[in-house]
Design a protein. Structure first.
Length: 439
């Protein structure tokens, strides 16, 4: 009887999982293993919303594995040490794991290799459609601009999509801890797990995406981001299905998956950009705790910004257009350090992801890959364009719900009790222009 260990990380699914697929092909029996790593909590990455979502994911994975004759073995501790221990206990000839992109994942892989040597198999294109480094510009290790990356990405060969295993045999006698439970911070968190993910994918209408993705009130985006972050869905399978479906909506959706890959290849090439500017634009950011608190708590005086921040607090998720304009407000209008905003997002986002969060923040702040680093999103113009009737603001800022139509975006004219704008409308780009000497 041969045995293989499938070490799950951010790939908490049975469908299209190259790690599980390879372990299944390598041996008669498979130990599906997940290790809860206290270091993830120690570096502040285990926010309550993501802990609660993860608990759902693990329970769902265990239930799905049981349906095909197996079960999830859960351990606590250092993933490399626990994987090596389980491999010894089970007499496993191979241990399979997904290649990650962060410095943290890199250290985990190095420790696994040190302990397991040639028994370790690291699998590409598990977390992203293309593995970082599969497409590179001539003479450089990674793409710094999205458009040429996207062109190359579309042409690149893909691995084939795997089905879920129909039956999996797991050896007896491999002990594990009880599945975790956790309470979320946000009251309206989506349910975690592959089953919920696939249901959401089936429910969502990709055809309307091209028209609705920027409409704040329509809420027409897929809401798949937490499932992609925890790997309840495979980005490769989603891309393949959307391409097969065809049409403008599917094309626009696949482009977003390419953005996700783009940020992952950037973090893989330059892990330090999780904390440091990709391109430094200037010296000092403005510091003001009172302003930062008002931004975090949704009291900036600009209802469209406040609505986004309150959605984040309530759902642990925010619409992409709202992420863009709230991040622009903090980094361009208030001219605060992007790290301050990125940290707040990571505390709450159920899809909080080092590659996507930090690099989107840098993109908005103008320290990242935006080719127009000094653009400022004017919150009033954004509100008029993407929430023309004020329905999104009315949903999240109920104290202004009585204001008719778009007048809700300018409460200083009609609702004297609402916080006054932190920065007057005519000075929305003044701090950035001074700091970057833009005249
Ligand atoms: C300041 C800021 C912070 C962000 N932080 C995160 C984060 O921590 N985690 C995260 O997953 N996304 C982040 N995003 C990207 C984007 O806002 C979310 O992925 C998206 O809103 C999730 O909703 P959805 O699943 O309905 O997206 P859809 O519009 O349906 O897009 C489908 C998928 O494509 C990917 N995607 C979409 N937009 C982007 C993008 N701009 N960059 C990278 N991938 C993208 C996501 O995986 C998403 O689930 C951030 C964007 C900004 C501007």
């Amino acid at each position: 009887m041969t045995v293989a260990v499938a070490l799950f990380t951010q790939d908490l699914r049975l469908h299209d999982n190259p790690v599980l697929h390879a372990a299944h092909r390598a041996a008669d029996q498979v130990v599906p293993l997940f290790v809860l790593d206290p270091d993830v909590a120690a570096v502040g990455f285990a926010a309550p919303n993501r802990q609660a979502f993860l608990a759902d994911c693990l329970a769902d994975l265990d239930a799905s594995l049981r349906r095909i004759g197996s079960r999830l073995v859960l351990r606590r501790g250092d993933p490399a040490e626990e994987a090596a221990r389980v491999a010894t206990e089970a007499g496993a000839g191979s241990v399979h794991v997904a290649a990650g992109v962060s410095a943290f994942a890199g250290r985990r892989e190095a420790r696994l290799r040190a302990l397991l040597g040639g028994r370790l198999s690291v699998h590409d294109a598990v977390l992203t459609v293309l593995p970082p480094g599969q497409v590179t510009p001539a003479g450089r290790g990674h793409y710094a601009v999205f458009t040429p990356y996207h062109r190359a990405w579309k042409q690149a060969p893909r691995r084939s999509v795997h089905g879920a295993p129909r039956r999996l045999v797991t050896p007896d006698g491999i002990g594990g801890a009880a599945l975790p439970t956790a309470r979320p911070h946000s009251p309206a968190l989506p349910p975690g797990g592959e089953t919920a993910a696939r249901a959401q994918w089936r429910r969502w209408d990709v055809d309307s995406y091209a028209d609705l993705h920027d409409d704040l009130a329509a809420d027409g985006t897929s809401r798949l981001s937490p499932y992609l972050h925890f790997g309840c869905l495979s980005a490769g399978e989603l891309a393949a299905r959307a391409i097969a479906h065809g049409g403008a909506g599917a094309e626009a959706f696949v482009r977003q998956l390419a953005w996700r890959d783009f940020h992952h290849q950037l973090l893989a090439a330059r892990p330090a950009v999780a904390r440091h500017d990709y391109r430094t634009r200037e010296g000092a950011w403005h510091r003001d705790e009172r302003e930062a608190d008002a931004w975090r708590e949704g009291r900036t005086g600009y209802p469209i910004v406040d609505a986004g921040m309150r959605q984040l607090e309530h759902e642990g998720w925010m619409h992409n257009r709202a992420r863009l304009l709230t991040a622009s407000f903090l980094t361009k209008t208030l001219h605060h350090d992007w790290r301050e905003g990125a940290a707040h997002f990571l505390r709450l986002l159920v899809d909080g992801d080092l590659a996507n969060n930090q690099l989107n923040w840098q993109w908005v702040a103008g320290t990242g890959t935006d080719t127009r680093p000094n653009r400022v999103l004017n919150p009033l113009r954004q509100a008029d364009r993407y929430d023309p009737d004020g329905a999104y603001v009315r949903r999240w800022v109920p104290e202004l719900a009585h204001l008719p139509g778009p007048s809700i975006h300018r409460p200083w004219l009609l609702a004297p009790g609402y916080p006054a704008p932190l920065v007057p409308p005519e000075e929305l780009s003044a701090r950035l222009r001074t700091a970057r000497a833009l005249g």
